[in-house]
Design a protein around this ligand. Structure first.
Ligand code: NAP
Length: 504
């Protein structure tokens, strides 16, 4: 389809993105017999965040057996916590094995989606032309748009600048004077990797994270053989990791005081790895563990005591052509600035590109207070499903589990539409409001709002719009079935070509 064609190609379902969400959704649809679908991918390969985050040391801090699609297990994981490359290869394998590649338009960036009320379809303008689709699924994810702080003077910096999610592999760091800004999940992984090669490393820490040991190990050949030969053994491993992680919710949601245990583990870890008590004091958080993501690392603390590393806790006042100046007036000469400053999350970037029939974008509708029924569907935006939507993130377990729950919900909705000849599903505003209120009630008292920290989980009013406040199985139960009574449903002629076996 080109810009000049007049009748856009129509699909039953259009999916934005080819990370875990987009590929998982496409795989489930294809398994259900539906192949009238297209995936729109702005890059030249699949993989989402696991394609983009190639920084040194990039790895997942959720064990591999759990951090994968339940219906596409990988008996070949080489480590208990897989690295970026292996997870990316896994996703490429899923795209291949499930026959999804031929449905993907690569290099095709979604510019604007608008609900066409008369045509009862989504009109989707992309860099490769316009298409239409009856249903639109966003698998664009929350961790895709890097967030760069607007530091005064940054434009005048004469050296090399990049974000951890857009690592500049052409830039040789050997002997460089580097400033790293941020001490979150990404930075604590790449800082120990680059420290041995750089000249000086100034690590600008605004808030220290709680860090506990990372129990990583090789998965033996015998184990891999076992998982391949007797797949149920991998399923047992997956379940035991899953239930172990669920126990965190007692601290995160039910009684944050229980998280003092995690703080004790972290303090002991720091005492073993950092000799200088003054440095330990600066690395010790003053908020309850879990309020921000609890991080795992065995090599971060030791590297902070290397002679070429300084941990800077004074705030950054400005950036100059060859230096970074802190509020106490100290100027540090650097030639490379690396931002480990996270992503736009509560201001979901794709929301700016999805419009209702009147042209109002989700961003305008939401502000920074995104709301959706079961984190997935939005009143006024019919036939839209947002994977990784508001309050569907985990603070304790695999995000893939939540994505799969939303995929189950989307499949159930589509199955209902198919069986009942419904061509429009639009959540009732009152049902959406009641759901959002229920989530907010559950959020009260959680460590994310009472733990004494500021985090990217919270919006400008201090509301956690990112995480699910409960056990992940509660979310799975809530999304297991479609709830037609919560929707305005429009019946129209038979929906042709939609397979009646659109089951799970
Ligand atoms: P992040 O956790 O949001 O950390 C950003 C860091 O940058 C924080 O230390 C933050 O300080 C700092 N920062 C932000 N703006 C700043 C400013 N203007 N001045 C100084 N410091 C500033 O980002 P991330 O490390 O990229 O991780 C994002 C998310 O990606 C994680 O929470 C996690 O969900 C995911 N992730 C997962 C893994 C994994 O192993 N599965 C690995 C990497 C990332 P404050 O704390 O003070 O805001």
């Amino acid at each position: 389809m080109t810009e000049h064609e007049t009748t856009p190609r129509h699909y039953r379902i259009a999916i934005i993105g080819t990370g875990f969400a987009g590929l998982g959704m496409a795989a489930r649809l294809k398994r259900a017999g539906l192949s009238d679908l297209v995936l729109l991918e702005r890059a030249e390969d699949v993989g989402g965040t696991w394609r983009d985050n190639t920084y040194p040391g990039a790895a997942c801090d959720v064990p591999s057996h759990l951090y994968s699609l339940s219906f596409a297990p990988n008996p070949g994981w080489s480590r208990s916590f897989s690295g970026q490359r292996e997870i990316w290869e896994y996703l490429r394998g899923v795209a291949e094995d499930e026959g999804i590649r031929r449905h993907i338009r690569f290099g095709c960036e979604v510019r604007s989606c608008r609900w066409d009320d008369g045509g009862n379809r989504w009109s989707i303008r992309t860099s490769g032309g316009t298409i239409t689709a009856q249903f639109l699924v966003s698998g664009a994810g929350a961790l895709c748009e890097p967030s760069l702080p607007a530091l005064p003077g940054l434009d005048a910096f004469g050296g090399t600048v990049f974000h951890s999610a857009r690592w500049d592999h052409e830039h040789d760091l050997t002997g460089r004077d580097v400033a790293v800004i941020g001490t979150g999940a990404s930075a604590i992984q790449f800082v120990p990797q680059i420290q041995p090669e750089v000249g000086r490393l100034h690590l600008f820490q605004r808030t220290p994270p709680w860090i506990i040991p990372r129990h990583d190990r090789d998965i033996t050949r015998a184990e891999r053989w076992l998982y391949r030969t007797l797949p149920f053994t991998q399923s047992i491993a997956r379940r035991s990791i899953y239930w172990g992680r669920e126990s965190y919710i007692f601290g995160f949601v039910k009684n944050p005081n229980l998280l003092k245990g995690v703080e004790a583990i972290s303090r002991a870890h720091m005492r073993r790895q950092v000799r200088d008590p003054r440095l330990r004091a600066r690395l010790t958080p003053d908020y309850r563990a879990g309020c921000k993501r609890i991080l795992l690392s065995n090599d971060y603390y030791p590297c902070l005591e290397r002679p070429n590393v300084s941990v800077v806790t004074d705030g950054i006042a400005e950036v100059r052509e060859k230096s970074v100046v802190t509020r106490d007036g100290t100027e540090r000469e650097v030639d490379t600035l690396i931002f480990g400053t996270g992503f736009h999350v509560s201001d979901l970037p794709i929301a700016d590109r999805i419009h209702d029939a009147g042209g109002v974008s989700l961003t305008r509708r939401w502000g920074d207070d995104p709301q959706a029924l079961r984190g997935t569907t939005v009143a006024g935006y019919p036939n839209l499903f947002i994977l990784a939507g508001p309050n569907t993130g985990p603070g304790h377990t695999s995000h893939v589990f939540f994505i799969e729950s939303q995929i189950n919900y989307t499949m159930a909705a589509l199955r209902h539409a198919c069986r009942n000849r419904i061509d429009r599903l639009d959540p009732r505003p009152e049902a959406q409001a009641a759901y959002v209120e229920q989530v907010r009630r559950k959020m009260r008292g959680t460590v994310w709002v009472t733990g004494g920290c500021d985090s990217w989980y919270l919006n400008s009013q201090g509301r956690n719009v990112t995480l699910w406040p409960g056990f992940s199985w509660e979310f799975a139960l809530q999304t297991r079935r479609f709830d037609p009574h919560n929707y305005h449903l429009r019946k129209e002629g038979p929906i042709r070509r939609f397979p009646s076996r659109a089951g799970r």
